[in-house]
Design a protein around this ligand. Structure first.
Ligand code: ZN
Ligand code: ZN
Length: 307
């Protein structure tokens, strides 16, 4: 498991690699553009080259891009749909240019649409963004489930993947805070194993390409997306340790999107906490500790328990 976090790319893409190194990151995530405005950042080839050179010299293993929060490809506003598709395609193009391991996107809200219409619009848009770009994977993130957002349940994510063509470039990013907020109990090894069983049945573990590691300010099933620093939310250090100890998450890049002590994002202290909890989870497993879910064979037949 590789631990890293979201870092700012203010001052240039290569600066983001330096910031990630300063934090002690083993993996990293950036925005391809300002996440709350439509204006796409106009990069020159030299910017991509600077990133790739700096990245190659760093100990960081992988880089991810988080697409803009404004993206709502299922909006009932045609102009928002058009800008969303443009922004998503831009993210995939930048991702390919810097050698990113994936662009992470929220399925978005289908506000004002029927669910069926929203699912069709999302699937079509993702398919088009993939067709208009090359190589870089598109990773769909589970959501906290506020309002009309799509993606709080695994079967919805699976539906999006199907509609988008179910190609190899499509993957999933699971966010720990979003899982809890959307009603998935994940704070004991057995509960988490049951949730991952559900995930596995709907999407397959090979589509799971990375994790977002955040504590949650809001309780189980709140459907409210508020990230807390690790150990300071509803998951707590125990919940985070359980999450990092799930055997099927082994080897995945893990990205923190926590506010940090100043609200500017993860700091070295938060990264250090994540690494300590990962190591504690690992040594627990090495001592022969088994999660109830993973030690029993027919876990796939388990009834859906949440979500
Ligand atoms: Zn996230
Ligand atoms: Zn979130």
């Amino acid at each position: 498991m590789l631990i890293g976090g979201h870092v700012s790319s203010a001052g240039g893409l290569a600066r983001a690699v330096e910031r990630a190194e300063e934090l002690g990151c083993e993996t990293m995530q950036i925005f391809n553009q300002s996440p709350r405005t439509w204006r796409p950042t106009a990069y020159a080839d030299a910017d991509f080259e600077a990133f790739r050179e700096r990245f190659a010299d760093s100990p960081i293993d992988s880089a991810f891009i988080h697409a803009a929060y404004l993206i709502h490809v299922a909006s009932d506003d045609a102009e928002v749909r058009r800008k969303s598709l443009q922004s998503l395609t831009h993210a995939l193009t930048v991702g390919e240019a810097i050698g990113a391991s994936g662009v992470i996107v929220h399925p978005g809200s289908g506000k004002g649409q029927t669910r069926a219409k929203a699912m069709k619009l999302i699937g079509d848009a993702f398919k088009r963004a993939l067709a208009a770009s090359e190589g870089c994977p598109l990773l769909i993130e589970n959501t906290a489930g506020s309002g009309d957002t799509v993606g709080r349940h695994f079967d919805e994510l699976a539906d999006v993947v199907e509609r988008a063509g179910a190609g190899e470039r499509l993957g999933v990013c699971l966010d720990s805070a979003h899982l809890l907020a959307s009603g998935h109990e994940i704070r004991t090894p057995a509960a988490l194993a049951a949730v991952v069983d559900d995930y596995e049945r709907d999407l397959g573990i090979e589509r799971l390409r990375c994790l977002h590691l955040n504590d949650s300010k809001t309780p189980l099933g709140s459907n409210v997306d508020r990230h807390a620093n690790l150990g300071e939310g509803e998951l707590g250090e125990n919940g985070i340790r359980v999450f990092l100890g799930e055997p099927r998450f082994h080897g995945l890049p893990v990205l923190l999107e926590v506010p940090g002590p100043t609200g500017h994002g993860p700091d070295p202290g938060q990264i250090a906490i994540a690494k300590r909890l990962r190591d504690e989870a690992r040594s627990k497993r090495a001592r022969g500790y088994r999660t109830p879910g993973s030690s029993r064979a027919p876990s796939r037949s388990r009834r859906r328990s949440a979500g």
